[in-house]
Ligand binder design. Structure first.
Ligand code: PAF
Length: 287
């Protein structure tokens, strides 16, 4: 595996690969890898000839009171983990090259960003779409792989790709969970032992929702209120949202059907945790 820092060197490598007729899969990340990231890398290497993993803690997507400064970083650890996978390039651009002092451009996707996490974090998705658009232009991937845990992020990038006519296939990788069901996230490192236990309320809620839907419940309001009760039983956990949305456009559902996704976000202490599941499907993946 080779590490590239310069934007020009990255594009030069991609041009050579594309010129030779090979395909490139890009896995965008902010680093501090866990098994979930490694699964994205493995999936990418099954889908394309060459794999690029970008590692960039993107200041644009953090709000003023969010965790940009404390976001976990360990390049040496990440490099050795990626090197054990089938990764060709670890692309680690510098802040100064990505966002030069006179950088003024923004890429925004309206509508689909106004709901779920977008309500609480108004500038977040604009930061995500801007950096991912830059990464697409620099790396020129044929395929990109995103984790389904950030389901809204996946939907927003999919919409951006369609609206801006990029010839890029986007693939969602199912949520990777710890043995006890906690969805893997770099932010789980913020949790104390006690908080980690409380974070399991999300998995418990998801299991409940799947069972209720399988047993015929279709009333979204009723399901949300049952989930509210499950999560509220955990002290120190505050609910950001409990939503049942359409998997294609994230509009709210009143009647749960096989296109429905249950999306949850809570705060455990200072840490924001998210989780979701498809209600009408055994598999957690959907493109
Ligand atoms: O999901 C993430 O880690 C980030 O939002 C992404 C897609 C790498 C953009 O910075």
């Amino acid at each position: 595996m080779q590490t590239i820092h310069s934007l020009a060197d990255m594009t030069c490598w991609s041009n050579e690969v594309i010129g030779s007729g090979s395909t490139i899969a890009l896995v965008p990340t902010m680093g501090y890898f866990h098994e979930g990231h490694l699964e994205l890398m493995r999936s990418a290497s099954r889908l394309a000839d060459r794999v690029v993993v970008s590692l960039f803690v993107n200041s644009l997507q953090f709000g003023p009171s969010e965790d940009l400064a404390s976001y976990p970083r360990d390049l040496a650890r990440d490099s050795s983990m990626a090197a054990d996978e089938n990764v060709d390039i670890l692309f680690v651009p510098t802040d100064i090259e990505m966002y030069e002092p006179d950088f003024n451009a923004r890429v925004r996707v309206d509508g689909i960003t106004d709901t779920l996490c977008g309500k609480q974090r108004p500038a977040h998705f604009e930061g995500v779409t801007t950096v991912v658009a830059k990464l697409f232009n620099i790396v020129k991937p044929h395929i990109t792989v995103f984790g389904q845990k950030d389901f809204q992020q996946f939907c927003v990038i999919r919409k951006m790709i369609r609206d801006l006519n990029w010839d890029i296939e986007i693939v969602a990788h199912p949520i990777v969970r710890e043995e006890d069901g906690l969805a893997m996230s770099s932010r789980n490192t913020y949790l104390s032992r006690e908080e980690r236990g409380k974070g399991l309320c999300l998995h418990k809620a998801i299991q409940h929702a799947k069972k209720r839907f399988d047993n015929g419940l279709t009333d979204a309001e009723l399901l949300k209120s049952e989930i509210h009760d499950i999560i509220s039983a955990y002290s120190g956990v505050s609910i950001d949202y409990i939503s049942v949305v359409d998997k294609n456009n994230l509009s709210d559902k009143e009647v749960i059907d096989s296109n429905s996704v249950l999306a949850l976000a809570v705060r455990v202490g200072q840490t924001r945790l998210m989780d979701n599941c498809f209600l009408g499907n055994d598999t957690e993946t959907s493109n």
